[in-house]
Design a protein around this ligand. Structure first.
Ligand code: MG
Ligand code: ZN
Length: 219
């Protein structure tokens, strides 16, 4: 596994590098998804389930952002997909420069779909364009109902929203109705998938949507 250690850079330079990344991804017809959430929402588990069902149908790559460890990258590597680890050394988000360097280290080419798992944080990852096609926000039923209204930027920027741990819904105070009402105010257009990374519920609908997005990017 290749590891890249980088410091984060400032926002203006970020925009130039995001543009560079976007151009490279476009020339390769590569769909890139920036996966964001708070810590513990289940991004990596959803990725594992997604890889299980899409590996074979698509050529997948993963850039794993993490503060200091490579635990998530090891989980992904076990699935047999190409993965590059970025350790931000304390920086609480990924930026376009880190993704630029990491993508250069990603083995092979002709990928169809690249996931960038961002650092677990609902605040500043939303402010940094990585050159991705879509920002996907994962939120889980155990996080409570206040996240959409407390962190409106990340939910506004989201091209797709995944509500995880739907199997735990009966054991929480999470209100699906309130969740949908809050999203209707902030981001009425993003598709919402209800999934359980643990049981696999809803993963096939999410994966069918990903397949359609990959086709749309190629066309
Ligand atoms: Mg993770
Ligand atoms: Zn940050």
């Amino acid at each position: 596994m290749v590891k890249v250690r980088l410091e984060h850079n400032i926002l203006g330079a970020n925009e130039l590098l995001a543009r560079k990344n976007r151009n490279i991804f476009s020339t390769q017809d590569l769909l890139v998804i920036n996966l964001m959430s708070s810590p513990g929402s289940g991004k990596t588990t959803i990725l594992e389930k997604t890889i299980d069902s899409l590996n074979g149908k698509l050529k997948l790559g993963v850039i794993e952002g993490d503060l200091y460890t490579d635990q998530d990258a090891q989980r992904i590597e076990k699935k047999g997909v190409r993965v590059v680890q970025i350790n931000t050394e304390g920086a609480c988000h990924l930026d376009a420069g880190m993704v630029d360097k990491a993508f250069q280290e990603l083995p092979g080419d002709n990928l169809d779909l690249l996931f960038i798992e961002n650092v677990g944080n609902l605040v500043c990852p939303a402010e940094f364009d990585l050159g991705e096609d879509l920002k996907a926000v994962v939120i889980s039923t155990t996080e409570g109902n206040d996240k959409v209204t407390k962190y409106p930027l990340i939910f506004r920027e989201a091209g797709v929203i995944v509500l995880n741990k739907i199997d735990l819904l009966p054991y929480t105070d999470f209100s699906l109705e309130r969740f949908r009402e809050d999203l209707a105010q902030i981001n009425p257009l993003a598709p919402v998938f209800l999934v359980s990374g643990r049981t696999g519920e809803g993963i096939s609908e999410w994966n069918e949507w990903l397949l359609r997005e990959v086709s749309a990017k190629r066309a």
